[in-house]
Design a protein around this ligand. Structure first.
Ligand SMILES: [Fe+2]
Length: 382
């Protein structure tokens, strides 16, 4: 019986081939590395100042070929044919990339679905604490990655308070509404949200080619009668729909439908699937809005199946099991994944008090980027 544990095995280059080399790593497994990859990804290929690749592989005259390679300490050291260069590649990088699988992403977290009883467990964060403490910011973003919804309390009662909070996650992402929007009753509304009527469960600005990812809704005042907020987790509903109605799920996750938003000075159009899947095939979100769904320009025979499935899903979204109801309080900011969490509102009496929300967006990729920077170290620092 071999009593050598993998960590006791020294990494060794076992053969130099025509296009790449074989190396035995400390886990006891043999891995193959292509010479182009090794030449392109040595330590010297990256600038510690810009932290970008400074080596240009397009300028190699001939295909790179190793003449000698050996492990020295924690580096693979390679000499190259037709070049004076001797390169060093950290053995740790070889362990990371040897399987050919995507590099681990700390922001690729498993989503946890939630249901109508979620309100008492919604992750809550105090705005001044988020400003002061990077660990609190990381926990806040983690809750957005996992649950898609969080509440920030103790918000400054100012326009700047919202921008400052959003910028803790990333740059504010403008839409055709501008860099922010105010939700209050308007005399001549250009959007259903600007009336006192009920607002069905939806995701925002689906007519944008890339709808904004994270939505911030800062409640500045809410003293009206009615106007209960409604939120549901699109992942919870779509996961159950996948089991309950596989044919409908297939249609809604594969068929693109048109969305629109048009008025005097804009005419935004996009095509989106209602159910969005991630790189693992898991449900990552929804794009849905009855008031911004365009006239479906699909084959009418396709609609024989699509419309009933669309309606089955739309009704399911409204089931009591999924919809969380609560009243927002002044000084709170709802922060949620606009591609995952559907939101809406019950009708309210516009003359019974004041209801004023200011909102803005940040993109999902900005949020993931900020999270990675908060929880992990870069690879190319001086
Ligand atoms: Fe909305």
């Amino acid at each position: 019986m071999n009593d050598l544990s993998p960590s006791m095995i020294a990494s060794t280059v076992t053969s130099l081939g025509e296009k790449g080399l074989d190396i035995l790593l400390s886990d006891g497994q043999s891995y193959y590395f292509n010479y182009y990859w090794l030449r392109d990804n040595c330590l010297g290929s990256f600038s510690t100042v810009t932290r970008e690749r400074s080596f240009d592989i397009f300028h190699l005259d001939t295909a790179p070929r190793a003449t000698h390679a050996e492990v020295q300490g924690d580096m693979l050291v390679v000499s190259w044919q037709d070049e004076d260069e001797v390169t060093q590649t950290p053995v740790e990088w070889l362990s990371t990339y040897g399987t050919g699988k995507p590099r681990r992403d700390p922001a690729d977290m498993e989503r946890v679905a939630w249901f109508s009883d979620h309100y008492p467990s919604v992750p809550r964060f105090s705005q001044p604490q988020l400003v002061a403490d990077p660990k609190a910011r990381a926990a806040w973003i983690e809750s957005l990655l996992v649950h898609g919804f969080a509440i920030v309390s103790d918000m400054p009662d100012s326009d700047e308070g919202l921008t400052q909070t959003a910028e803790l996650i990333g740059f504010v992402r403008p839409t055709f509404f501008g860099t922010y929007f105010d939700v209050r009753t308007h005399i001549k509304p250009t959007n259903t949200a600007y009336t006192a009527g009920a607002l069905e469960l939806h995701t925002d600005t689906p007519a944008e080619e890339f709808a904004p990812g994270i939505q911030f809704l800062h409640c500045r005042a809410n003293t009206v009668e009615g106007g209960e907020s409604l939120y549901a987790d699109g992942v919870a509903v779509a996961n159950d729909f996948r089991t309950r109605d596989p044919e409908g799920f297939k249609l809604l996750s594969e068929t693109e439908i048109p969305f629109f938003c048009e008025h005097d000075t804009y005419d935004a159009r996009s095509r989106q699937t209602v159910i969005e899947l991630d790189q693992h095939g898991a449900v990552s979100g929804l794009t849905i809005s009855q008031h911004m769904a365009d006239i479906f320009d699909l084959d009418q025979k396709v609609l024989d199946d699509y419309y009933p499935a669309f309606c089955r899903f739309g009704r399911m979204l409204q089931e009591e099991k999924y919809v969380m109801h609560f009243l927002m309080k002044g000084g709170e900011c709802m922060v949620f994944d606009n591609h995952r969490i559907v939101h809406g509102r019950a009708a309210y009496s516009a003359t019974s008090g004041d209801r004023y929300l200011r909102g803005c967006y940040v993109d999902r990729s900005e949020m993931r980027s900020t999270y990675r920077a908060l929880v992990s170290e870069g690879r190319f620092k001086e």
